[in-house]
Design a protein around this ligand. Structure first.
Ligand SMILES: NC(=O)c1ccc[n+]([C@@H]2O[C@H](COP(=O)([O-])OP(=O)(O)OC[C@H]3O[C@@H](n4cnc5c(N)ncnc54)[C@H](OP(=O)(O)O)[C@@H]3O)[C@@H](O)[C@H]2O)c1
Length: 396
């Protein structure tokens, strides 16, 4: 056995990916590896964060709001307790850290990714918004400061693994698989009336609320196409999507010589998380493994665009480049919240995204930095604010 030792910071430690990351680290340490969690960041779930601090004894933590600092300071007098976005950035740059796991949900995850990369850190990236919104900036930071990204998202983790088998110039295309979500077979005329609880019921994965709804609308798959574009420097026409309801194959890479490489694993996020934590090594695990009886029943089908109109809207925004993906992400964050709050119907998410993108094209398209060649974090955040407002104003 190798003597893997790593000092890790986990941003978004109280969420679905964050808690699974801690679970994987505990399993690895039980096997004799030495993963030390030196920093944790959470939003509002202070009780869970307190338990994690008790258990993992990090040197520093960050919480979203000032009110969250008090209980931590009281209980752990020597703990450094940071707050807000500047605290996230400080945590992302803690000295002596080998890996920053970014498992925050939403646009708020982009600045800490940039902060970590600006000091040459390796980022195990679950926060897909970092690439959806800031793909160009992230690429610039990677080129300038020499950090690295290891994708946690299962599809990109799969592609990352399959791409180790050949050169970039040998790739004909990559294919992302999509489960199809809870409404793959729902009659289209009923989609307007599906309830929040039904949309939150993903058939194969247990995830945070936002990505679960994004999987039901296929916004998530559009975002994943953008992620793949930046992560692997691939033009959009070389990135395909296929619906694979079994969620056993997570991604394919097709090479020019006709070889199609696939990564298969149980639909359990702890498998790509472990790969990201131990990369470039692979170590043994007691996590669930795929059985051959299951593999013999796999199926594939094309993505039905008129069932999932938001997929095309996200790709349209991706094609515009510049601040358009930031705007579509921000609008989606608001529309998903509005749907979860019972304020708009499920189909309102797709209609709302289309409306915000149409407004962006008429009001902001000419100002888009993509047409001028300069893109700053400020421009992205301004587009984010503009689109949130536009999405809040929509009525259905
Ligand atoms: N879950 C999956 O299986 C999966 C798979 C692939 C990719 N991803 C991506 O991974 C990311 C996380 O997803 P998730 O499902 O784990 O989400 P989640 O369960 O909702 O967890 C989100 C985490 O972010 C924290 N957070 C939210 N706002 C924050 C802020 N302003 N400051 C600091 N922390 C904040 C939350 O803290 P509190 O809970 O304490 O408020 C929580 O720890 C997303 O980008 C998602 O698209 C997830």
């Amino acid at each position: 056995m190798s003597n893997l030792e790593r000092r890790v910071v986990i941003l978004g430690s109280t969420g679905s990916i964050g808690t699974q990351t801690i679970d994987v680290i505990e399993r690895l340490n039980q096997r004799g590896y030495a993963f030390a969690v030196v920093g944790l960041a959470a939003g509002r779930n202070i009780d869970r964060l307190v338990d994690q601090v008790e258990h993992l004894r990090p040197a520093a933590v960050c919480v979203k709001e000032r009110t969250g600092q008090e209980p931590l300071r009281k209980q752990f007098p020597t703990l450094r307790v940071l707050v807000g976005e500047s605290g996230l950035e400080e945590l992302a740059q803690l000295p002596g850290v080998d890996l920053v796991v970014n498992a925050i949900v939403g646009a708020v995850g982009l600045p800490p990714t940039l902060a970590a990369l600006s000091v040459g850190r390796t980022v195990a990236l679950a926060n897909k918004e970092s690439l959806v919104i800031g793909g160009e900036l992230v690429t610039q930071f990677l080129n300038k400061h020499g950090g690295a990204i290891i994708p946690i998202d299962s599809e990109h983790n799969a592609l990352f693994q399959c791409l180790r088998a050949g050169k970039g110039t040998e790739v004909r295309r990559v294919i992302l698989t999509a489960s199809g979500g809870p409404f793959l077979r729902t009659p289209k005329e009923k989609l307007d009336r599906v309830r929040r609880e039904e949309a939150l019921q993903h058939p194969n994965w247990t995830m945070g609320a936002r990505i679960t709804i994004d999987s039901a609308t296929m916004v998530n798959k559009g975002f994943e196409v953008i992620e793949a574009h930046y992560l692997f420097s691939l033009p959009y026409e070389k990135i395909d999507v296929v619906v694979h309801p079994d969620s056993m194959i997570h991604g394919f890479v097709e090479y020019h010589d006709g070889s199609l490489l696939a990564e298969l694993a149980s639909p359990d996020m702890r498998i790509p998380i472990q790969y990201a934590l131990t990369y470039p090594e692979r170590v043994d695990t007691d996590l669930p493994r795929l059985a051959f009886q299951e593999i013999s029943q796999m199926s594939f089908e094309p993505l039905e665009q008129d069932r999932f109109p938001a997929f095309a809207t996200v790709l349209h925004a991706a094609g515009q480049g510049g601040t358009a993906p930031a705007a579509i992400n921000a609008a989606d964050e608001v529309l998903v919240q509005r749907f979860l709050a019972g304020d708009i119907p499920f189909t309102g998410i797709a209609r709302g995204l289309d409306a915000v993108l149409s407004r962006w094209l008429t009001e902001c398209g000419d100002l888009n930095p993509a047409s001028h060649g300069s893109l700053s974090l400020d421009a992205l955040l301004a587009a984010d604010r503009w689109a949130r407002e536009a999405a809040r104003e929509l009525s259905f």
